[in-house]
Design a protein around this ligand. Structure first.
Ligand SMILES: Cc1ncc(COP(=O)(O)O)c(C=O)c1O
Length: 221
């Protein structure tokens, strides 16, 4: 087992990662990390934008200890940083956005019958291979925002299934996404949706796909 007091253990990775530390010099010869090219400015998707040399440096400096035993400083530090940034009790590092969504959705729900209401364009509805149906046994309720921009409480009240009659799949989760397709779901709408959801009996759970949350709240962070 690793000695946590070992002075030679590398514990500085997380600082390099989160503080955007540029102190590690870029590779001496130009490569795809140091000269990202035109893709760096291609915002069609995160699959075409390119990482930077400082991201590579952070990766090289991260610790490589065991996360199952909760002994990896980089992972622990990242999780506690994100928990405090978002005001949550805890955070869990997962290796993809899809995994984060599916785990979160599954964790929020009990067993069917139940439904999940989300924007019709959202990643959980449109881009996750029907995972909410297969992994959570949930009926998706895809909603097209009536303002053609973002979901509002009015949309949600119109489409949520609150009736618990045996014929229905009551809405147990609202899955929001911010940003969605480059548009911001305003904080005031998030708040009124959350307030309403928490007042229901039983309260309706809330999930936020925040794959691009940083883009939505530049000022806050
Ligand atoms: C809003 C949103 N959620 C989830 C994902 C899925 O992330 P990943 O590709 O890491 O599974 C993406 C990917 O682009 C996304 O844009």
């Amino acid at each position: 087992m690793a000695d946590l007091k070992d002075p030679h253990r590398n514990t500085n990775g997380i600082n390099g990662h989160l503080s955007n530390d540029h102190t590690t010099p870029p590779p001496s010869s130009p490569n795809a990390w140091s000269t990202p090219g035109s893709a760096a400015f291609d915002f069609r998707s995160d699959t075409v934008t390119t990482p930077t040399a400082s991201m590579l440096a952070a990766t090289q400096n991260c610790t490589l200890l065991d996360d199952v035993f909760r002994e990896d400083p980089t992972t622990l530090s990242l999780e506690s940083h994100i928990a405090s940034l978002t005001g949550k009790d805890a955070a869990l590092f997962v290796i993809s956005g899809t995994l984060g969504n599916q785990l979160s959705v599954r964790t929020h729900l009990g067993g069917p019958p139940h439904s999940i209401l989300a924007d019709a364009r959202s990643h959980v509805i449109a881009w996750e291979a029907g995972g909410i149906a297969t992994l959570s046994g949930a009926m998706p309720i895809p909603v097209t925002p009536s303002n053609n921009h973002h979901l509002t409480l009015t949309d949600i009240r119109t489409h949520a299934i609150l009736d618990t009659d045996n014929h229905f799949a009551p809405t147990r989760l609202l899955s929001l996404e911010n940003t969605l397709g480059g548009t911001i779901l305003p904080l005031s709408d998030c708040r009124s949706i959350a307030t309403w959801a928490r007042k229901q009996d039983p309260p309706i759970k809330l999930h936020l796909d925040g794959a691009r949350l940083w883009e939505a709240c530049d000022d806050v962070f």
